[in-house]
Structure formats: C-alpha cells, structure tokens
Design a protein around this ligand. Sequence first.
Ligand SMILES: *Cc1c(COP(=O)(O)O)cnc(C)c1O
Length: 355
Amino acid sequence: MKKHNFYAGPSILSEYTIKNTAAAVENFANTGLSLLEISHRSKEFIAVNDEAQELIKELLDIPSGYEVLFLGGGASLQFCMAPFNFLNKKASYLDTGVWASKAIKEAKFFGEVDVVASSKNKNYTYIPKDYTISAGSEYFHITTNNTIYGTELHEDPNVSIPLISDMSSDIFSRPVDVSKYELIYAGAQKNLAPAGVTLAIIRTDALGKVERPIPTMLNYQTHIDSKSMFNTPPVVAIYAALQTLKWYKEQGGIKALQKKNEVKAAILYDEIDRNKLFVGTAVPEDRSLMNVCFVLKEEYKELEADFANFAAAKGMVGIKGHRSVGGFRASLYNALPKSSVEALVETMKEFEQQH
Ligand SMILES: *Cc1c(COP(=O)(O)O)cnc(C)c1O
C-alpha cells in the first residue's frame, strides 16, 4: 500500500533526493566509491558542498554580505551558539512554543533576556502580535514556524533591530527577506535533508561584536573561514541537501513551492473546518502551512484511537500530534505531494460518514 508520510521531522524528502542519494551510496560522482566512504576533502565532495551553499543563496535570494554554513548539533545547538556569538548584554525573544522556550533558556546563560510576549497561557495556539522591543536590545529572536502547535509567522516582522530566527520547519517554504536577519538557522531534517546537518545563514559584519571569548567550534567565524569544513561535515546529509535544493529549483523555486504549499494547506484546513468531527487548534490567522494540528471535537473525543487506527489502515503515517499537545498533526512539507493531502481528506470524510 502507498504510504503517505506526514511525519513532523525527520520527514518526507522528494523522490529525487532519495533516488539520487541512493545512487551515490553505490557510486559517488563516478569515483567508483560509495558516498559513505569518501573523503570530505575530495574535490568531488568539495564541489557538492560549494554547489549546495550557492544554491541556497540563489533560492533564498540572499544578499551579499551573508555566508551559508553547514553545522553540527541541530537547531538545538543554535539556541546556545546564537547568543554566544551575538548577545553582548541584552536580547529580546518571542515565546511561541517549546522550541522558543528552549532558545530563551540558553540565551539566559549569556545576558539579559527580555521575553517580549508569550502565548503559553493559551498553550501556544496563537502568535502574540502586541509587543514592544525594549531599548538596548541587540537582536530579536523569533521562531517562524512552531512545529508542535501548528502556528506560523507568515511575514518577516518589522522591527528596528536585527532578527534572529529558528526556521527549522518552514525554511524554503516561502520567500524570506533575508536582509532583516543577522542569523537564520534550521535543522535540516524538516525541509532539506536527513538529520545530521544544520543550516545557518549569517550576516558576516554582525560577528565579532561580543566581548566574551568563544570556543573555536562554537564560533561562527571558524566555520566561515573553513567553508564549513573545520571538522568532518555530515557528508551524506549534505549530499542529500544538494539533491533537495536542485529539486526545489526544478520545481520553479521558492515562490512556486509557496503556492503549492498554500494550496495543500487550504485543502486540509477546509476539510477540518467542514468536518463535524474535527476542529483545528491554532487560531485561523496564524495557521501554519507546514504543520496542521487538529483534534476531535469534545463530543467525539472518545474516537481518537479509532481515527488513528482507521487512518493508519489507509496508509497515513505520522499523524499523531506531539505528545505535549495530543490529537493529530499532519506535516505538509515541500516534498509532500498534494495527492497525500487529498488522501488524508478522503480518510477524514469516510470516518465522518461512519459516525
Ligand atoms: C525540530 C525543531 C527543532 C529541533 O531541531 P534539532 O535539529 O533536533 O535540534 C528546533 N526548532 C524547531 C522550530 C523545530 O521544528
């Protein structure tokens, strides 16, 4: 049976990515060696690394003065690395979920953190809009897509200080005005590659301004100077990332992907709003195009396990909500075809008819 992969991360990758990566595991760039056993310093792999970084610049329309890096440690290490490199005295953070809270916790090791607003009191079902950035803040940290709650900032905020953003789960899903950011970071395992590599996009002139010494591996400058080859990079994940990026270009680029994402999300949200059994959990204006969260209405709550089983029998994989939220979550990343969304909607309709 065809499986429809709605996992939140690691998550679906394009067939193009998987086929080409599998082929390179057998024979990488006609070297007669497997991608699993080549040197990261080989000229063939350096070409992969360079091409991937260049394609990211092209696809996201990154202005000059920025560097693209491939780092280790996941988005979680960026929660600490970002303030290590950018927070001198004070920074502002927006608390929109568990990931944002983890970023806040790490920043407090390095200076004063002003949490300008939080939606925690409503279990992060919306994105706060009324806040003021306090005087003296050096950057404003946001989480553009809140993977667990299905909320998303659909536009880059307008503030008078540089932005830093965790874009782990919506990078490459919409155009971004990179010039507003001094740092964008994203774990690759949602919209780019298998787990193991983390993308960082950095405005280089924003570096070197903190007074504290920074350990070598945690200093962005180290990785800029070595073109992300200071230590052994995750070769397979970077190769797969390049395939995904090529596929994105072939799909027509980020604007074209955004249009497809809007169509896919609308199909599912329309069904959630129409179906008598289900209700969406995020406020409509902040609904994420990447992670669609919904629950059974109060009066149908006892059907939760039944629906989970029913959907599994129809080939739906990974629609269980995050353990802190419950219910269901369908992740509609770039690589998920519209036909999978339609299959989920069909499943929800059939289940409704039985009750
Ligand atoms: C998945 C996710 C993370 C965690 O990423 P790791 O690479 O596992 O550290 C952080 N932030 C957001 C928004 C995420 O979706």
